[in-house]
Every structure is written in structure tokens, then in C-alpha cells.
Design a protein around this ligand. Structure first.
Ligand code: MN
Length: 486
């Protein structure tokens, strides 16, 4: 009998820390050994001349999400996770979102049922849109203890945003129960007001999306939510940081010693606000919020990624169709940017885009690449070292990667169930050859091989990133309600 279930032979294994040429042996779904000449495997993959990464962890993905103004999108858990696998991602975290007026638990139960179709492993963030007493006192504490260790809230959009008092309550709850918090930070009041003024003065074209959501509004919300998190001593991740001014606000907080982390996405490194200034048929492909900024912002974001101010690159995959009746074009034809579904699909193209724009163009090194797409999201969301690295005992989730392969991205070649990609026609250098999830090949040379329902839910226990600093800026612990210090 062969010693291993699978041996990946002769590749260059890259983790967040190391670049080592060796074999990887897999037994019983986990990494069992590294070595120069491992014994045989029931299956062998020749990775000579190729890179071997830990499978990607995408910590910001919208799939079959209830309660969106623009509907759940066209992907299912099966199609979305298949497309993730084909792009080298082996774990996703998506959103069990509370529909206003309903409970969080209803969404969680519904989500567990739907997500069973997944091809890769998955977990949920709990999105709170209505911080009622019952939600705070009963539902969230139980759901957190059950293994849903991260909360998300919005500071913008009519249907989703929490007011400031609710934000303080949710942060206090997160600290008391030990949950990690992620936030969409843009000012609701300012965006709504600007949107109304633009529409009243006849400026509804898609290009005005950038005007309605300027970086000033993002920067203000980031500054505000960081201040609240500082007051309550709660670690925080800021979602989809779009440009220099927003990232600078995070860096300032980090210099004060706060546990504030920043995420960005490929769309903020590739597109600019000028992409919205095209005929509506094209422009709608680039509508997302916060919007893309400028070329100068791209370079600033790369600098922040190199320095770790921003330490995660997720996809923010949002599978709204382009052409169907609920899609982006039909939305834009109602009342312009204000009614265009926001967000772009990106699960399958996340690793190729970051590798091509980052590693192939010399902006980041291989270890930074793995940190951004796998190790750091796994650490921040309690999946490490089961996910996000290759070590003895880790789940055997890995990608065999061809760093030289040039691919022209086309929607016909992608596996999501969305009728466009904003990256159509772009040529990237670097593409996955094989994706392995818990020792099983689920993608090989353009073919999706993952079986429906093989993915497993990833319950997450208390973990390091959640731990507060234990310090308040005032001599009062507002969570426990007691005077502290001198
Ligand atoms: Mn999102």
C-alpha cells in the first residue's frame, strides 16, 4: 500500500514565511510530510517547475444572499464554490445576513441549508442590520458560541446601515462574546444626501457613482468606526479599502497600537473612476461601492499591501448579472447609478489578478502574495493553521500554480454563473494548474472536478485575532461597566 494518499512532487512550496523546493505528502485529508524524496502516493502530481501554494482563503464573498436591494445574484453555492476552486481558492467566508425586521438566526439556518451544496469548505459572517435587544442579548451570543465567530455591519445603504448607537452596541457585544468585527465603512448620511442632490439636478449617469461616494466619505466613516472600536477596545477589519486617504486612516490607527486591519480587492488595484465614464452598456460592469479611484491610488494601495497596513486581498464577489431583468444594465436604465446593482464577480480571478499585477510585475514577493490571499485571512477569521498555510497537520488544501502561464481572461472560460466579468480581455501571467481540497483534486487544467456537497462548514472557536488589547482610552470599561486604572 502506498505510504501517502497523494504526493505533490518536486514543486516549489510557498507559504507566508518560506519558499522551499520539496515534495508534499498527504494522508487522511491533511498534510503529513515534507521531504526531498518522499515515498509513493496512491496519486502523484508532478509539480516540477511549478509553485505550490496553500489554497486561497477568500474572506469576503456574497453568495445566495438574502435581503439585497438588488436580489441575491445568479450564482448558487455550487457554481460559486466551483468557480472558486478553479481559481485556486479552497475556503470561503460569506454572509448570513439578517433581513431587517427578521432575526439573524433565520438567515443562518437558511444559509446552512443552501451552503451544503458547496464544493469547498465554508464559513459565515453574521451580518447585523437591525441591532434589536433580542438580537444582541440572545441570538448573537448563541450563534457566536456555535462557531460563527465574525460579525459584519454596514455604515451605509438604506437597507443595511446601522446608526452610531447600534454600532456601539454591536462592538460592545463583540468584545463581550469574543467575535471579530468587519465593517463596510462609508457615511450613509453623506452618500444619501449627495445621491439625492445629484439626481435632483439631473445627474444620474453611471459615472456619477464616484461623485456620490467620494473617498472623503469613506475616510470619515473609517475614522469614526475606528474611534468607536478604540473606545470599546475591539479589534476591527475595514473592508474594501479603495484608496490612499482611506488606507492612511488605518495606518494612523495602527501607529497608535490599535488592532485595526485593512482589506482591499483586485478591482481597486485595476480599475479607476474613469472606467465609469463610458457608455452605460460598458460602464455598469464597473459599478461597485466604494468605487474605484485613481492610478495614484493603485500605487498607494500596493505600498500599503507591501507594508502590511492592508493585509488581506479578498474578492468581494458579488454575482449580479449584467443582462437579465434584475441585472446591472436594467438597473442602470431605471435611475442611473442609484439603481444599478453594486459589486462585481471575482472569486475565480482573485489569485490570478493579484499574482499577475503583484508578483509578476514585481510589486510584491511570493510570501506576501500567500499572506494576502491565504494566511492572513485565515488568521483574522480563525481558520489558521488548519487553512492558510502548508504545515504538517494542516488541511491538505493546496494549489499547484504555473507562474509563467499567460491567460486572456474571458467570461466563457470562467465557471461562475454570472453573464460577465469586468476583467474580460485582460491578459494575466500565472494560473492554477491543479487545486486540491483536503487531499482531493477538485480542479485540473481547466476542468472542475469537485463534487457537489463535498464542502464542509468551518466552525471557528475563540482565536488570537479577536483578543482585545485590554486597554481603554478612558478610566472606564464601558463593556463591563466598571471603573478601571487610576
Ligand atoms: Mn461586500
Amino acid at each position: 500500500m502506498p505510504e501517502f494518499d497523494l504526493v505533490v512532487r518536486g514543486g516549489t512550496v510557498v507559504t507566508a514565511a518560506d519558499v522551499v523546493r520539496c515534495d508534499v505528502g498527504v494522508r487522511a485529508e491533511r498534510v503529513a510530510a515534507f521531504g526531498e524524496r518522499l515515498a509513493g502516493g496512491a496519486r502523484e502530481i508532478d509539480a516540477g517547475g511549478l509553485l505550490v501554494f496553500p489554497g486561497g482563503v477568500d474572506s469576503h464573498v456574497h453568495v445566495e444572499q438574502r435581503g439585497n436591494a438588488s436580489g441575491p445574484g445568479t450564482d448558487t453555492f455550487l457554481s460559486a464554490t466551483t468557480s472558486a476552486a478553479c481559481g485556486g481558492t479552497t475556503s470561503i467566508l460569506c454572509f448570513a445576513r439578517q433581513v431587517k425586521g427578521e432575526t439573524v438566526r433565520e438567515s443562518v439556518v437558511d444559509y446552512h441549508r443552501r451552503a451544503k451544496a458547496s464544493v469547498i469548505d465554508y464559513g459565515f459572517h453574521l451580518t447585523v442590520t437591525d441591532a434589536t435587544d433580542t438580537v444582541l442579548a440572545e441570538e448573537l451570543p448563541q450563534l457566536i458560541r456555535d462557531g460563527h465567530r465574525s460579525l459584519k455591519f454596514f455604515m451605509t445603504t438604506e437597507r443595511s446601515h446601522l446608526d452610531d448607537t447600534s454600532i456601539l452596541k454591536v462592538l460592545a457585544l463583540a468584545r463581550a462574546e469574543g467575535a471579530f468585527v468587519a465593517v463596510h465603512a462609508e457615511s450613509f448620511a453623506a452618500t444619501e444626501w449627495l445621491t439625492r442632490r445629484l439626481l435632483e439636478s439631473g445627474h444620474s449617469e453611471v459615472k456619477y457613482n464616484a461623485c456620490a461616494k467620494p473617498i472623503t466619505i469613506e475616510r470619515e466613516a473609517i475614522q469614526r468606526v475606528i474611534s468607536y472600536a478604540e473606545l470599546l477596545d475591539v479589534p476591527l477589519q475595514i473592508f474594501h479599502v479603495s484608496g490612499a486617504e482611506a488606507a492612511a486612516e488605518i495606518e494612523r490607527a495602527q501607529r497608535r497600537g490599535l488592532k485595526v486591519f485593512g482589506e482591499t480587492c483586485p478591482q481597486y488595484l485595476v480599475f479607476t473612476a474613469a472606467d465609469l465614464d463610458r457608455p452605460v452598456e460598458e460602464a455598469v460592469r464597473y459599478v461597485f461601492g466604494p468605487p474605484a479611484r485613481t492610478r495614484a491610488d493603485h500605487e498607494a494601495l500596493w505600498g500599503h499591501l507591501r507594508r502590511g497596513v492592508l493585509n488581506v486581498v479578498s474578492s468581494d464577489h458579488a454575482p449580479h448579472a449584467y443582462g437579465d431583468p434584475g441585472g446591472k444594465l436594467a438597473g442602470a436604465r431605471k435611475r442611473g447609478f442609484a439603481t444599478t446593482p453594486h459589486g462585481v464577480p471575482g472569486l475565480e480571478t482573485r489569485l490570478p489578478l493579484l499574482f499577475s499585477e503583484g508578483v509578476a510585475k514585481g510589486r510584491i514577493d511570493l510570501n506576501t502574495f500567500v499572506s494576502l490571499v491565504a494566511a492572513n485571512p485565515a488568521k483574522l477569521f480563525g481558520l489558521y493553521p488548519k487553512k492558510g498555510t502548508l504545515a504538517v497537520g494542516s488541511d491538505a488544501d493546496l494549489v499547484v500554480w504555473d507562474p509563467k502561464r499567460e491567460v486572456r481572461i474571458g467570461n466563457a472560460g470562467l465557471h461562475h454563473r454570472v453573464d460577465y466579468t469586468p476583467y474580460e480581455g485582460m491578459t494575466v501571467t500565472g494560473w492554477p494548474v491543479v487545486t486540491v481540497s483536503r487531499g482531493e483534486v477538485i480542479y485540473e487544467n481547466g476542468r472542475a472536478l469537485g463534487r457537489e456537497g463535498r464542502g464542509r462548514w468551518l466552525p471557528r472557536g475563540p482565536y488570537d485575532a479577536i483578543r482585545p488589547r485590554g486597554r481603554f482610552p478612558i478610566p472606564f470599561d464601558p463593556v463591563a461597566g466598571r471603573i478601571v486604572g487610576g
